[in-house]
Design a protein around this ligand. Structure first.
Ligand code: SF4
Length: 341
């Protein structure tokens, strides 16, 4: 079974208060039986859920579970998190490292693919395990730096004045503790040529209580410009708690963008994509990218072919103002940027 390493010990407060985000993170459902039982799925879903779970463990926090319609196996949120037997089927071109990131890690925990920006693996853990994740096979164990190794990574940033942006990624960077993140951001902002801090996260969506005072303290006070790229694939993911979390982030000076993945059975129709853009804007988030699926082993059943993707987006353009249109892209290994389709 592919498991993500547990949340690093230093990320856990000794005893999180009941209901605090740390307690919600620790209490996420990690058992396919429990997931099927809680959602009232028929018993014939269980063998597939167990088979998929053996490849990439199930993880669903309660706050996300509450937005899934019980008894509906086609629910678009459930489809993102329910392991299926299809994940064990090999598909041509679907591989463990579809973006060939292993060749772009000059330092432990650092991925440098594009000019001017680097990506830092700030946490090996996620609050939710998305079945289509392009990093579902990522060797997090080999890329979780110690404090001493972070110093080497930071030296790499200090030595390259062409780097203007640090991107915190993971896993989910917000699964790390605020103490750890504040430590890291303090060192990043001491690098004079760094201008921006970008955070790629799904945590404000799946556990909105993550956006608490402790997080806003370090995020709101850094000199770096702050951009948060959320990951939301369906309007049903944005409930009132998510809207409130976004409001708090904006009040702290954070620009909010969204990237989605085009997923068969989740958001591969124009009405759903239009509703997503509208709902994002209501929450103060601008649509940024609509990614076609990265061909990661275990996720082929989510794939949409390029012509169908282009047709969807062309129709979407007739329905939405330009500022609500995400750019349809693919990440091609070795290219200097994302590739528009
Ligand atoms: S939250 Fe992001 S990194 Fe984590 S499993 Fe989902 S898609 Fe992958």
């Amino acid at each position: 079974m592919i498991t993500r390493s547990p949340i690093p010990l230093q990320c856990r407060p000794a005893e999180p208060a009941p209901g605090a985000w740390q307690a919600q993170l620790a209490g996420a459902i990690r058992d396919p039986h429990e997931l099927c039982r809680r959602l009232g799925l028929a018993p014939d879903w269980l063998p597939g859920a167990e088979a998929g779970h053996r490849l990439f463990e199930v993880r669903v926090p309660e706050a996300y579970l509450a937005r899934i319609r019980p008894g509906d196996p086609s629910d678009p949120l459930l489809r993102q998190v329910l392991p299926l037997g299809e994940e064990a089927e090999a598909a041509p071109g679907f591989v463990a490292d579809p973006l060939e990131e292993a060749g772009h890690t000059p330092k432990r925990g650092l991925i440098h693919k594009y000019a001017g920006r680097v990506l830092l693996i700030a946490s090996p853990a996620c609050a939710v395990n998305c079945r289509y994740c392009f990093r579902r096979h990522f060797p997090y164990e080999e890329n979780a730096p110690s404090r001493a190794q972070w110093e080497e990574t930071l030296a790499y940033l200090r030595d390259d004045a062409s780097i203007h942006e640090a991107i915190l990624s993971g896993g989910d960077p917000l699964a790390a503790s605020d103490r750890q993140l504040a430590w890291l951001v303090e060192r990043l902002e001491a690098i004079p040529h760094l201008r921006r801090l970008r955070i790629h996260t799904r945590l404000p969506v799946v556990i909105p209580d993550r956006i608490d005072g402790a997080l806003l303290d370090w995020l709101g006070s850094t000199r770096l410009q702050r951009v948060m790229v959320l990951h939301i694939n369906h309007a049903q993911e944005i409930d009132d708690a998510v809207v409130e979390a976004c409001r708090r982030l904006q009040a702290a000076g954070v620009t909010l963008l969204n990237q989605s993945v085009l997923l068969r059975g989740v958001n591969d129709d124009v009405d759903t994509l239009a509703a997503l853009s509208e709902r994002l804007f209501e929450a103060g988030i601008l649509p940024y990218y609509l990614h076609v699926l990265d061909p990661v082993a275990g996720a082929a059943h989510f794939d949409i072919d390029d012509d169908a993707a282009r047709a969807l987006v062309a129709e979407l353009r007739t329905r939405l103002p330009g500022f609500l249109m995400p750019t349809l892209v693919r990440e091609v290994p070795g290219e200097a940027s994302k590739t528009p389709l």
